[in-house]
Design a protein around this ligand. Structure first.
Ligand SMILES: *Cc1c(COP(=O)(O)O)cnc(C)c1O
Length: 392
């Protein structure tokens, strides 16, 4: 059976990237590697929409988050964590592990943290040094309004630190325009790669703070990455196999253009949501992200069994809920190397399993609703704007 990986990370990897990464391992203290790192660093700036260098770390996404806090927030420094779910909680847990004082600002699961909650927290805690936020809260499918947060934080001495791991490269993310001081992403979500790389961009305001702080990490000290990058080097042995794959992902993204990518995923997400609603499911996120769609599992149906059956019978790997949402929601990832036809396949499989489990729905209604959304955006002669084909 054909397998479709449609979890909100990891995501599928294009065949050409897999083949590239199957080539022999190379030595990293070489002109060839320096050229590669220079090239991907330039392309990462484009994908991040920043004029600052983007640092590449060998770690999963959380490593990038920890590096951001260890480098930019002093021990006992106060950080305001905007928490709309499990990933917002990760900021709090990292802060606590590193001895920071954490102020939690929360929203109900399924809802974003409102910008006025942030404004109120800053008013109450004028001594805060960082605001930590999540662009896409992958646990609930909610998109937080980072642009609005940025407008509030930019006038203060605080740094805006953003986890954009399940969003950057799929969901609009304008690092510089939105005043994001440290922006973090990982390789295994929208960047179409296996897990193993984390990326962090740092603003001038961020570097001023980092340079004035006492080092409190060795491997995760971002200054080391910035300084090595001056000669297009990495401070430690880089995962250069993954970086070779990264080069291909970034070429693809540059060829299509960020605006076109954001539009394409916005359509795909609208189609997915229409499809889920048309099978009589309730959407979970009040402000949905373009990178995944989350629906509530109907009363009387076991969500864990539902997700397991979709995989076992139809080869589509979806994600269920985590922690208190376990068994209660189903999450369909559509970022990275996922196209509209994968989404149709997932909707179709979900319909069939829900029918089998006794949920009332009209067979085919979901697929038709998704197709209708896509049909609304047909451009004569160009289809609905699938990813550009890149010939190289
Ligand atoms: C996937 C994800 C992470 C990172 O998790 P790792 O397992 O460390 O790669 C962090 N934040 C969000 C929002 C995510 O979706």
């Amino acid at each position: 059976m054909k397998q479709r990986l449609m979890t909100p990370g990891p995501t599928p990897v294009p065949e050409e990237t897999l083949l590239e990464m199957a080539k022999p391992v190379t030595y990293h203290r070489s002109a060839g590697f320096r050229q590669l790192l220079a090239e991907v660093t330039e392309d990462l700036r484009y994908v991040f929409q920043t004029a600052n260098p983007v640092l590449t770390l060998t770690a999963s996404g959380t490593g990038g988050m920890e590096a951001a806090i260890a480098s930019a927030v002093p021990s006992t420094g106060k950080m305001i964590c905007l928490i709309a779910g499990r990933w917002g909680e990760r900021w709090r847990n990292i802060g606590k592990a590193l001895g920071c004082e954490v102020v939690s600002v929360t929203s109900a699961y399924g809802q974003p943290v409102e910008p006025n909650q942030l404004a109120a927290a800053l008013g109450e805690h004028p001594d805060a040094v960082a605001v930590c936020a999540t662009l896409c809260e992958t646990a609930t499918g909610v998109k937080n309004d980072i642009a609005a947060y940025g407008k509030i934080v930019t006038g203060t001495n605080c740094l805006l630190v953003v986890d954009a791991i399940s969003a950057l490269g799929c969901v609009e993310c304008r690092t510089d325009d939105w005043h994001i001081d440290l922006c973090v992403t990982g390789s295994q979500k929208a960047l179409m790669l296996p897990p193993g790389l984390a990326f962090v961009s740092v603003s001038d305001k961020g570097w001023k703070v980092i340079d004035a702080a006492a080092p409190r990490a060795f491997y995760f000290d971002l200054r080391k990455y910035r300084d090595a990058l001056k000669t297009h080097d990495a401070p430690f042995t880089p995962a250069n196999t993954l970086i070779r794959g990264l080069r291909l992902s970034l070429k693809r993204m540059r060829a299509e253009g960020m605006n076109a990518i954001w539009t394409r995923f916005a359509r795909m997400a609208a189609a997915a949501r229409a499809g889920l609603s048309a099978m009589n499911l309730t959407l979970f996120a009040s402000a949905p992200s373009e990178s995944l769609s989350v629906a509530m599992v109907p009363e009387g149906i076991d969500g864990n069994a539902l997700v397991a059956r979709v995989e076992k019978h139809y080869g589509v790997k979806l994600a269920g809920g985590q922690d208190s949402l376990k068994g209660k929601i189903v999450r369909l990832g559509h970022m990275g190397y996922i196209d509209f036809f994968d989404v149709l396949a997932a909707l179709s499989a979900l319909e069939l399993v829900l029918l089998e489990m006794g949920h009332s729905l009209e067979p085919g209604a979901s697929v038709a609703a998704a197709q209708r959304v896509m049909a609304e955006s047909i451009n004569v002669g160009q289809g609905v704007g699938n990813a550009a084909r890149v010939d190289r």
